[in-house]
Every structure is written in C-alpha cells, then in structure tokens.
Write a protein that binds this ligand. Structure first.
Ligand SMILES: [Zn+2]
Length: 284
C-alpha cells in the first residue's frame, strides 16, 4: 500500500512501523482524491486495480481548483463533511456521477451537481462579523488558549440556524477539527478536564514562536557577518554557527514534545468520544 494512504506519519515509517497496519479510510479517501493522477501503477495487490486512476491533466486541474475552493470555504466545510466531499469527487472521477466540476462554474453549482449541496443562505457570517469575533477574543482560541482565527458556531449552525454573536466563538484550527466530529457539550466537558494540558500547549506555542524568531534573527546576523568579513569560515563565524545549531536543536526538541502533547490531547478526545458512543449503543 502507498504509505501516503495511511494515517501513519513519516516519522513512524522511519521507525520501521508498517503502514499497512494503520490504514485509515478517511486518509485513504483524501489521498485517493488528491493523488488520483499519480497512482497509475496497478498490481495484483493494488486494492483499486479495477478503477481508472489516470485523469487527464486538464481535468485534474479542474478537480484541484474545486478541492481548493472547498478547503477555503468555511460554509461548505461546516455543512459537508470532508469524507462525503471526497466520496463525491471519487464518484465523479470514476464516472459514477456524470459531472466534472468546472473552473468557470459557480462553486455552489459544482457542489450541487456532485450531490453535495450547500445552503449558503443558512450560514453566511459576513467578513466584518468574522473580524469582529476575532478581535473580541483577541485572536485566541477560546478552547485551548492558543492563537486562532476560525470563527466557529457553538451550536452547529445546521441545527440552530443561529448566526448571532452569542453563538459565535473563536477557535484554533486544531480545536476546530477535533470539535467538528463531536457533540459540543461533550467537547466542552472533555476540554474542561484538560486545563493543564491546554496551558502547556499555550506555553509551547509561545516559547516556540519566540525561539523561532530568535533563530531567524541569528541566521540574519550570521549572513550579515559572512558578508562583512568576506570569508566563509573564521573562528567568530564558526562560533555563531555553533550557537545557531544549538538553537535549532532546542527548537526541534521542543517541537517534538509539543507535537507529542498535541497528539495525546487529540487521542484523548477521540477515545473519549468513541467510548461515549459505545456506551450509548449499549443502552440502545
Ligand atoms: Zn484551540
């Protein structure tokens, strides 16, 4: 299997873990949509051997433009799940739906013809309101406290139809992604249990952003010194390089701790939600 079609990251692959043990339907769909033109090789082990992978490049561009439109459209993102959107694209690419999204066609019409309609009148929070919400919350995610700019509905607009300021809140893209999959009340309950983790995440984000700024400055200083001295190597420059390397190592190590904590937090949400679903199904 193509490693890109799994939920395993490059680092885990480097560890020698087998991507086949970690396949993931959603990732597979995304990868299939994104890589459609590049998967050409068909082998007996290829599970999509019956499908046609090669889409002519001009058609490919139309899909890619359309996928980008979807990714950048907050209204569509809220109303049509990524997995449903991907299924729609795949159906179109496979010819199951006789329609290819057009470049010069209105986004809403493309969505509708692909069988994933969006009701734009439901959910339009205009640009000024979005900016107002961002300023109100000082560009900070109200769930974890890190920087954020996703304007989010507390109660899903598809149910509440509520675009009032009281129902709008600011979120970071990470919390937004985690929350999108689960009921709001459960998300809040779980998030309240993670106050200390969230505080740490804020600290990581702030420290990393400071260190990265320092690092950029140090690199600029080094470049300026090389330029001034007119030589590439001398003791002073080498000392600066050593210092920069230390800074880079510190950033790498902090970043890896930060990622681990983010991953842990996400797993906590995912697993708790899974458990709560299992509880509910037992009651039924
Ligand atoms: Zn957040």
């Amino acid at each position: 299997m193509n490693p890109k079609l799994t939920s395993i990251c490059d680092i885990c692959i480097s560890r020698g873990l087998d991507p086949q043990d970690y396949d993931n339907k959603v990732i597979q769909d995304v990868a299939q949509v994104m890589l459609y033109g590049f998967l050409g090789k068909r082998t007996s082990s290829n599970q999509w051997k019956d499908r046609e992978f090669l889409v002519k490049s001009d058609v490919r561009k139309r899909y890619e433009g359309f996928i980008q439109d979807y990714d950048g459209n907050e209204v569509a993102l809220q109303q049509v799940k990524r997995s449903d959107f991907n299924e729609a694209i795949i159906a179109s690419e496979d010819g199951e739906v006789n329609y290819v999204p057009g470049n010069n066609v209105d986004f809403a019409i493309n969505m509708e013809k692909l069988g994933v309609p969006v009701d734009f009148s439901l959910n339009e929070v205009d640009y000024i309101d979005r900016e107002r919400v961002r300023r109100k919350y000082n560009y900070r995610c109200q769930y974890c406290g890190r920087k954020g700019k996703s304007v989010d509905h507390k109660n899903p607009v598809s149910l509440s139809h509520d675009n009032s300021m009281d129902n709008l809140i600011l979120s970071c893209s990470e919390c937004n992604r985690i929350k999108s999959n689960m009921p709001y009340d459960l998300f809040i309950k779980l998030n309240n249990q993670l106050t200390n983790v969230n505080k740490k995440l804020v600290k990581y984000e702030d420290t990393l952003s400071n260190l990265k700024e320092q690092f950029q400055q140090a690199k600029r200083n080094l470049a300026a010194q090389v330029h001034l001295k007119g030589v590439v190597s001398d003791p002073e420059l080498n000392a600066m390089r050593k210092q920069n390397k230390k800074l880079q190592d510190a950033i790498d190590s902090l970043e890896s701790d930060y990622d681990a904590l983010r991953q842990l937090r996400k797993s906590y949400f995912d697993n708790s939600w899974k458990l709560s679903q299992e509880d509910n199904s037992e009651i039924i």
